[in-house]
Design a protein around this ligand. Structure first.
Ligand code: SAH
Length: 340
């Protein structure tokens, strides 16, 4: 059976006309699935019953069902554990910011990138998520919080560029005028640094914000904590980032998890500053979330302050990520880890 919710209206129209149906039905069905979030064909009451029955025989609508919902009493952050049609579980987080409600979605069930500080990678990759399952997370987040979502970050479980085609299709679907119609400039994609895919992404003509998880000032430290650094060294990665910035005109955001005694000295800050000086970018320092079973501790507050000042002396914009949902295990993969 074909996943009907991962099809563009034109693709669906072709399938329907081949069956002797009218092409305009495709647009109706697309709106039911994407704008109204229909979970079954039964509710599509403006379609003739025989067509609804035919659809139910040929197609399925992948479900995204909440099995747990945790609400932070500190800041209202909501974390969902969702179950997919085949029983796989993933997480999404809804955060309320001044600039709008943001949902952080997963792109894979599990992850095979192996970053040593990350909870998502502990049991490896189970499977890629379908475009419809990424749409479903945004819709379910809206439905079960009652909040209108205006921003999306692809920073949940998984490596978006390791599920490239499905992620690109998701971006085009979620942006579709007849669907959710969320602006691409309101979407950020985070990658651990698959340099060749960053180049490919630059050629897609999708003005999303790119975040790159750097976490180290050079290959010596980076290869120790991120296996992906052995495939693409930092020079190659930074070249791709600069090309991305040139092609799209968009400033890149570098994520840097501050890990005590690993990557947080002022020598590290100076090395990083020298490397990034002159690149149109932004560095986001994230005090590392301590994950069960991992030895890493977050850097001290004054270490983070010193690190920030050193980077600023290279005229680099730096922010320190405000940690939301600390009381509900809101960071990457922590909730799913207890359910696999
Ligand atoms: N695979 C993508 C997106 C998912 S992770 C990527 O690597 O960018 C989103 C961000 O959270 C990444 O920057 C990741 O390195 C970071 N992260 C993972 N585990 C973390 C932890 N324990 N503490 C702080 N940040 C973490």
């Amino acid at each position: 059976m074909t996943d009907i919710k991962s099809l563009f209206p034109q693709e669906l129209a072709m399938l329907l006309t081949a069956e002797g149906e009218n092409a305009y039905r495709a647009s109706q069905i697309f709106q039911w699935l994407h704008k109204k979030g229909a979970g079954s064909f039964d509710v599509m009451t403006d379609l003739p019953l025989p067509l609804r029955n035919k659809l139910a025989e040929r197609f399925f609508i992948p479900s995204v069902t909440p099995v747990r919902k945790l609400v932070s009493s500190r800041d209202g952050t909501v974390k969902f554990l969702f179950e997919m049609h085949d029983g796989e579980k993933i997480e999404s987080v809804v955060m309320r910011y001044a600039h709008g409600n943001t949902v952080c979605i997963s792109t894979q069930a599990g992850c095979r990138m192996g970053c040593s500080f990350c909870a998502s990678t502990v049991n490896g990759l189970k499977r890629n998520l379908l475009p419809s399952e990424m749409i479903g997370q945004v819709q379910a987040a809206q439905e079960h919080t009652g909040l209108k979502i205006s921003n999306i970050v692809l920073m949940g479980i998984g490596e978006p560029l390791d599920n490239y085609d499905n992620v690109i299709k998701f971006l085009r679907l979620v942006n579709h005028k007849k669907g959710m119609n969320i602006g691409l400039r309101h979407i950020s994609l985070s990658t651990c640094g698959l340099a060749d895919r960053i180049d490919r992404l630059a050629s897609e003509g999708l003005p999303v914000t790119l975040s790159v998880s750097l976490h180290a000032p050079g290959d010596d430290i980076r290869t120790r904590i991120m296996p992906v650094a052995r495939r693409w060294d930092m020079d190659t990665l930074l070249e791709s980032c600069r090309r991305y910035e040139k092609t799209t005109g968009r400033r890149i955001s570098f994520e840097y998890a501050m890990i005590k005694g690993v990557n947080d000295t002022s020598e590290c800050a100076n090395r990083l500053g020298r490397r990034l000086a002159g690149t149109l970018c932004h560095v986001n320092l994230i005090p590392v979330n301590e994950v069960k079973g991992k030895i890493y501790k977050r850097s001290e507050k004054n270490t983070i302050e010193t690190f920030t000042k050193v980077l600023q002396s290279y005229r680099i914009t730096v922010t320190v990520r405000r940690s939301l949902g600390g009381d509900i295990n809101a960071s990457c993969g922590q909730l799913r880890a207890g359910h696999v």
